[in-house]
Design a protein around this ligand. Structure first.
Ligand SMILES: Nc1ncnc2c1ncn2[C@@H]1O[C@H](COP(=O)(O)OP(=O)(O)OP(=O)(O)O)[C@@H](O)[C@H]1O
Ligand SMILES: [Zn+2]
Length: 715
């Protein structure tokens, strides 16, 4: 039993048992089969069978097929009635008509008239009644064998061909396979088949049919093998494509590709990046550095212009500055402004434990860059590859790497269009050979931004978030002396996070101040339970500092006072210089000392000498440091004159004691001045301390309100 594929319509199934029964007992089979379909039949066909009541019963032995197994019978039946297929119900029947010749029928309808084939076989002639009855039953079912070629001759070969074509069409077998089968020399096959028939004692009359069945069984097996091979080939192809995609993805993923490179060591980070989106606009507060680099941009844009004039540009530019000041950003901006490829490499990448790996990476990097000139090579952390050649067991091959770098830098002409930008935090750590002319011979300093630079950087990053109009970037800039660009970026980001956590829609000054303090002094310690007594002491101590600052002419303006513990402190008062102070006057230094003294003076005045605390130690450190510098560095002591005393340990004991005495006098005077101010403003001091106990934190305006004796609005 088999089924035709869906290309053959409609699909019908004849259970094999019916056919076997038909061979065994045509009578019962024919009646049962016809019964199952008779209701649907249009009787416009001429039933060809007669009641087989007195027919001799035919079985497999009679057919000479007694030795065939069930499977073989299946095949035989299949071959005889190849159009019969599986189906759920019989939806229509075959409208037959008398046909003049089978070949005519086939040509006209495109499929074989199985019954004519059967009728014309010798088997039919011998057992005409039995087969007649099968045929008459079967002819009500549509049994099609697809066969589209033109035929005029009916022969075994033809039949084989038509069958093979059927298989080719219905099971999508490659026609080439069928052709191969047909063209094959079948002599030996036929011989074996003849031998087989002899051994099986198959009567001559049945041999024709038997052979056909045999051949078709063979074809079917072949088709199956072909199908399996096809699907195997398809699976292999899919796997191969997947493998290729996997490898491609592996190489494209930057993280994986970096790992890949690192582990193979064959290839350095030689993928250039186009930096169109980074320009000098993105780097704020380093105007001088930008101006110096402008000419490098011009050179990269138009190298010929420089060559014509005979001008020589440095091959290497060294960006020197503290971490986070925007050295990498500047180098990217150079490439972006000139619109040339940017090759990034970090010095530590070249620092390898294995011989030659670092050197080969440098070689690769330069080879790639030269091929893509004009371009920029940026080597971050240059000191880790070009540091002084310390022979250390940790960096056994650093020498080789430096030498390779030197050789590469010497190896290309100045106007070749490759600019190497190195960055370092420690220029003094670099190998002298690297910074001589012809290598990194131009140094550009990238300092920490000044107050104007900080304001610009803050504005730049504030514009990327939602902030309230009341935010004044300048105030934050003034309170962030020494912050780098990266730290300011972080400050704005932290403020945005804080606002989000607090459920605010915009970043206000409060969040910016909060994140500034967090960066400067560590996170708030809200969880710390401070008893009222200590809180009160802290409030008076901090108010003491604030009062001195407020009433001393040369002191910096107050920014804020708080008794919120943060990091190691219990509270603090922050002052804001109007500008970055490049120079400080004697009066300003004395004022700073007085403000420092304010804390302890307040404790003493309010709680008595016995209750002073350890809280003033850092204030004294600060005041002592200023006094010492005034005496030993700034020539601000009348007694010791305009002279510096660098190594006080090596000085004569007299000088040492004279210095000590001067410092002590300065500190004592400062303490007394502070005491005077606090005594004079005892009322304001008390008010401010109480306001701090109520509100914990007061900003400059609020402090002013309290000190003017006005009432603070409840927040
Ligand atoms: N002047 C600046 N203007 C704008 N953004 C800046 C500036 N300086 C630093 N930043 C920000 O900080 C980030 C880090 O800066 P960058 O990596 O360029 O510093 P660097 O000097 O190369 O630091 P390092 O020495 O640690 O490599 C930058 O990507 C940028 O977002
Ligand atoms: Zn203090």
């Amino acid at each position: 039993m088999f089924s035709l594929s869906s290309t053959v319509q409609p699909q019908v199934t004849v259970p094999l048992s019916h056919l076997i029964n038909a061979f065994h007992s045509p009578k019962s089979t024919s009646s049962s089969v016809s019964a199952s379909v008779s209701q649907n039949q249009h009787r416009d066909v001429i039933p060809e069978h007669e009641a087989p009541s007195n027919e001799p019963v035919l079985n497999l032995r009679d057919l000479g097929l007694s030795e065939l197994k069930i499977g073989q019978i299946d095949q035989l039946v299949d071959s005889l009635l190849p159009g019969i297929c599986k189906g759920k119900n019989i939806s229509s029947h075959w409208h037959t008509s008398h046909v003049s010749a089978q070949s005519f029928f086939e040509n006209k309808y495109g499929y074989i008239d199985v019954f004519s084939t059967l009728r014309s076989s010798c088997l039919y002639r011998q057992h005409s009644r039995t087969l007649k009855s099968i045929c008459s039953d079967l002819q009500y079912w549509p049994v099609f064998i697809q066969s589209r070629s033109f035929k005029t001759l009916k022969s075994r070969t033809r039949r084989l061909q038509s069958t093979s074509e059927r298989l080719a069409e219905t099971q999508y077998i490659a026609p080439s396979f069928v052709k191969g089968f047909l063209l094959r020399d079948r002599g030996s096959d036929v011989e074996t088949l003849d031998k087989l028939m002899k051994t099986k004692n198959i009567p001559e009359a049945h041999q024709d049919a038997f052979k056909t069945g045999f051949a078709e069984g063979f074809l079917k097996a072949q088709a199956l093998t072909q199908k399996t091979n096809d699907s195997l080939r398809r699976t292999r192809l899919i796997l191969f494509v997947l493998l290729l995609l996997g490898i491609y993805g592996l190489l494209k993923n930057p993280f994986l590709s970096v790992r890949f490179r690192t582990t193979t060591g064959l290839d350095s980070a030689v993928d250039p990046v186009q930096m169109k989106n980074v320009t000098f606009e993105h780097v704020k507060g380093v105007e001088e550095a930008k101006q110096e680099l402008q000419e490098v941009v011009e050179f990269l844009k138009n190298p010929q212009k420089f060559t014509v004039l005979g001008g020589k540009l440095p091959k290497g530019i060294l960006l020197v500055g503290p971490p986070g000041t925007g050295k990498t950003l500047l180098a990217r901006a150079v490439a972006g402004e000139a619109d040339v490829p940017f090759y990034y490499a970090s010095g530590s990448e070249f620092d390898e434990m294995f011989v030659g790996v670092g050197a080969s990476r440098i070689r690769n990097l330069f080879r790639e860059a030269k091929a893509n000139a004009p371009c920029v090579i940026f080597i971050d952390e240059l000191d880790s590859v070009g540091g002084k050649r310390i022979e250390s067991p940790m960096h056994p091959y650093s020498r080789q790497t430096i030498n390779q770098l030197l050789a590469e830098m010497d190896g290309f002409k100045p106007n070749e269009g490759v600019i190497i930008i190195g960055a370092t935090n420690f220029p003094e750590a670099l190998d002298n050979a690297l910074i001589r002319p012809g290598r990194f011979d131009m140094q550009v300093t990238v300092p920490r931004p000044d107050v104007r630079g900080r304001t610009e950087i803050l504005k730049w990053y504030l514009n990327k978030i939602k902030f309230d109009q009341s935010v004044d970037p300048e105030i934050i800039a003034r309170g962030t002396v020494g912050f780098s660009g990266a730290e300011l970026e972080n400050l704005v980001n932290q403020a945005a996070l804080k606002a989000a956590v607090d459920g605010k829609e915009m970043v206000t000054m409060k969040e910016l101040e909060f994140s500034k303090d967090k960066i400067l002094m560590g996170p708030e310690r809200r969880s710390v339970e401070i008893d009222n007594k200590n809180k009160t002491i802290t409030a008076y101590h901090e108010s003491g500092h604030a009062i001195i600052a407020y009433y001393t002419k040369d002191a910096m303006p107050i920014n804020k006072a708080t008794i919120m513990p943060r990091g190691p402190t219990l509270g603090h008062v922050s002052l804001l210089p109007e500008n970055d102070r490049w120079n400080e006057t004697r009066a300003q230094l004395l004022a700073q000392m007085d403000v420092s003294m304010g804390g302890r003076v307040a404790e003493e005045l309010i709680f008595g000498t016995d209750h002073i605390t350890t809280g003033a130690s850092s204030d004294f450190d600060n005041a002592t440091k200023i006094a010492k510098w005034m005496v030993t560095k700034f020539g601000m002591s009348e007694k010791l004159g305009v002279m510096t005393y660098s190594d006080t340990g090596k000085l004569s004991p007299e000088t040492q004691s004279a210095i000590e005495q001067e410092i002590r006098i300065l500190l004592k005077d400062s303490y007394e001045r502070a005491k005077h101010i606090l005594k004079t403003h005892a009322k304001e001091h008390k008010n401010l301390a109480e306001a701090l106990l109520t509100y914990e934190t007061l900003d400059a305006k609020e402090i002013q309100i309290v000190l003017e004796g006005k009432k603070l609005e409840l927040r």
